[in-house]
Design a protein around this ligand. Sequence first.
Ligand code: BTN
Length: 330
Amino acid sequence: MSQQDRQLQILKLFYQQQGACLSGAEISRVLGVSRTAVWKYIEQLRALGYRIEAVTARGYVLHGSPDLLLPAEIRNALEAELIGRELVYFAETDSTNDRAHALAREGAVEGTVVIADAQISGKGRLGRCWVSPPGVNLYASIILRPSIAPWQAPQLTFLSAAAVARAITEITRLRPTVKWPNDVLLSGRKVAGLLNELDAETERIRYLVLGIGVNINMTSDQFPADLRFPASSLALETGGRISRRLLACALLRQMDKLYALYLAEGFEPILQAWQDYFDLTGKQVEVSGQEGTSRGRVLGLDGEGALLLRLADASIKRVLAGDVRPLQGF
Ligand code: BTN
């Protein structure tokens, strides 16, 4: 068992105690390690920011926890039918999406969630990088194995976006909007991005990795100067620090609910959940994608999630992928 697993076991024991004193003998019995080893793990937890008091001849009391996304901090708050039944945590990794691919190839169960405190090569869409400093945000990747065809995979992007928007509403009481089809915005500024990747054969998906990055407590100076689109964080928008743990738990619960709905009833209710946060219907926009740039009025989405635009010549264009920008003055 790794050092991290031992620390998590001890945290679990503390949480079971609900603030009461936990004896060193009890920890050493449950973990099957010496009292000296227990002391070493307690010191490691203190170094992570846990406030643990040693009470002479009685044991240890946990007085406070840092806002970490360790599995022991998250697991109890999930109803986890499926999503979050396995949680894998890294203090630092290259990209949680890359870790999730590796785990999925090794056979990780559906619903496995990979979380990192920091990413050194966080990936954004279209080969961009996703700035991922430690201690402030959420970087998570979820492994799914739905029996769907590869062309249906983009449906899961709507699902993650709706789950992120619902979680942000729940925790901040602010009303986010979704930018078709990927980003989640507050006051027009991007606070979350999604990167879904798949491993598939021609007709069948082997697995999907849903990558989710939410800017939670990032400060203005932590954003790169050359961002293409205005970005922000939940803390900057609310004016107060947001608990990463609460946000992560809310997000995983929403993902779990929406995924169960998707498996039971298909894409339609997911698209409806997403549309609750879509505010561009009736607006004039510019969409740029691989096929060039189009301008038109948004009529809405079709049943497959494609954007329907009324162009200047009154024809209707169906757009499957691209970047949407609302045009000012319309
Ligand atoms: C985008 O808007 O460009 C998508 C950003 C997706 C970022 C998340 S953070 C967790 C996961 N791991 C990654 O490397 N990327 C995604």
